[in-house]
Ligand binder design. Structure first.
Ligand SMILES: Cc1cc2nc3c(=O)[nH]c(=O)nc-3n(C[C@H](O)[C@H](O)[C@H](O)COP(=O)(O)OP(=O)(O)OC[C@H]3O[C@@H](n4cnc5c(N)ncnc54)[C@H](O)[C@@H]3O)c2cc1C
Length: 393
């Protein structure tokens, strides 16, 4: 792994900076911050990245990937966070895309990869079900063969952004005998197919990103199955490893840590800046050290991925440490906001109404951040994976 910046890397960094300066990502970010224009903002930004050829850094070049080295990906991510540029939505580019180009047939690659890259097709992930979250292999949504189609019946839950999706990638049961992991298949389903309904779930922060998706005799062509019937578990696992790597969000945490330092230098207690408070400093420094260690772990995994290796069980380590650090940052920031971090919608005034500039955001981040140790496979489950696959227990 080589992360020293060569002349070529420095030129690349300048190119990335120039692109962000010209592309004006703040315009897309503004749309993304408003729930009414969220989807428009995401697609607008993705199309700009696509035109630049940078939308899929890790995809192989032959499928439209950028072909960056690990150092270039790292530089891009740091510059993206500094420029406050949006991240891409992961479901197409970082999850189902790699499954399709790895396990799909030529027709599937030709049909689905272009729409994932250029942002025309919005994807969502249909894994979890009521009664099948951590124990994903207990899933019951069934797909029964009928001629050239499957007939799908069942429900998925916690489906992020299903309300915007054109397609859903689903794990379904095609065989009911044998071990639960056997008999699961991986299907790509057009969300416009008759028999699909979506029920919204509103989160504690008031946002609607989660949904239940119901399938009532939904007809799906056999041609939309990825790989072999009954082998969906294998494909699903490779996707989950990619998903967990993405969840670590190291660059984002580094930027939050910098912001926290700024705020703690400004906020005072007993006439002294909080950054000089010993207890605060100890917690701040502990997070910083953990984050540095995580950054090197992430670089190792990125280096492996750049060499076409699957991230594997190390992605579980990244997921655990990344989300723990995110939550520690949220906690310290909300504590720094003091009483202004506890004001909730429905109170007579928000923190912003009282002239406080980070209390409301600190509360929103804290609340949403609780989910990070749950989604992508809960952290307890990641510990089970490490115990089994890394420690051999
Ligand atoms: C914000 C958010 C977005 C999500 N988006 C999606 C999405 O787009 N698509 C999708 O398919 N899913 C999505 N999920 C679902 C997510 O993957 C599941 O919530 C997660 O896998 C946990 O499953 P569960 O909620 O059923 O909890 P459960 O499995 O019921 O777990 C409850 C608790 O028990 C613990 N536990 C369970 N089994 C064990 C065990 N064997 N050992 C130790 N502890 C255990 C868990 O760690 C957890 O703390 C999302 C979830 C959230 C919160």
């Amino acid at each position: 792994m080589d992360t020293t910046l060569s002349t070529t890397d420095l030129e690349f960094r300048d190119d990335v900076r120039a692109f962000f300066a010209k592309a004006a990502p703040e315009k897309s970010q503004q749309l993304i911050n408003n729930p009414d224009t969220y989807k428009q903002g995401v697609i607008q930004w993705q199309k700009q990245l696509f035109e630049q050829g940078w939308v899929a850094p890790f995809w192989p070049r032959e499928y439209g990937g950028a072909g960056w080295t690990v150092t270039q990906s790292y530089i891009y991510e740091c510059e993206r966070v500094t420029a406050n540029a949006p991240d891409v939505v992961p479901f197409g580019l970082k999850m189902v895309g790699p499954v399709i180009y790895t396990y799909g047939n030529d027709e599937q690659k030709a049909r689905f990869l272009p729409g994932i890259l250029n942002g025309n097709d919005w994807w969502c992930q249909g894994y979890s079900e009521p009664g099948a979250g951590s124990d994903l292999a207990a899933l019951k949504t069934r797909a029964d063969r009928d001629g050239d189609d499957y007939i799908v019946n069942g429900s998925k839950i916690w489906t992020t952004y299903a309300q915007y999706a054109d397609w859903i990638f689903c794990l379904v049961r095609t065989d009911h005998s044998g071990r639960p992991q056997q008999g699961i298949s991986f299907l790509l389903i057009d969300m416009k197919t008759p028999g699909i309904t979506i029920s919204p779930i509103r989160s504690i922060n008031g946002v609607h990103s989660l949904n239940e998706v119901h399938f009532d005799n939904v007809r799906v062509p056999l041609a939309n199955r990825i790989g072999e019937e009954g082998q969906g578990w294998t494909y699903a696992k490779s996707l989950l490893a990619h998903e967990r790597t993405v969840i670590a969000r190291v660059a984002d945490s580094k930027s939050r840590l910098d912001r926290l330092r700024e705020l703690a230098t400004r906020e005072r207690q007993g006439g002294r800046p909080m950054i000089e408070d010993e207890a605060f400093r100890a917690r701040f420094t502990a997070i910083k050290v953990d984050l540095m260690a995580l950054e090197y772990m992430e670089l190792r995994v990125l280096a492996a991925m750049a060499n076409n290796q699957s991230p594997g069980a190390e992605s579980s380590l990244l997921k655990i440490r990344g989300t723990e650090i995110q939550q520690a940052l949220h906690e310290l920031t909300i504590e720094l906001a003091g009483v202004y971090g506890g004001m909730i919608a429905g109170d007579s005034a928000t923190a912003a109404d009282l002239g406080h500039d980070f209390g409301d955001q600190a509360r929103k981040d804290f609340m949403y951040g609780r989910a990070s140790t749950i989604f992508g496979g809960s952290n307890e489950i990641q510990k089970n994976i490490i115990a089994k696959r890394v420690l051999g227990l």
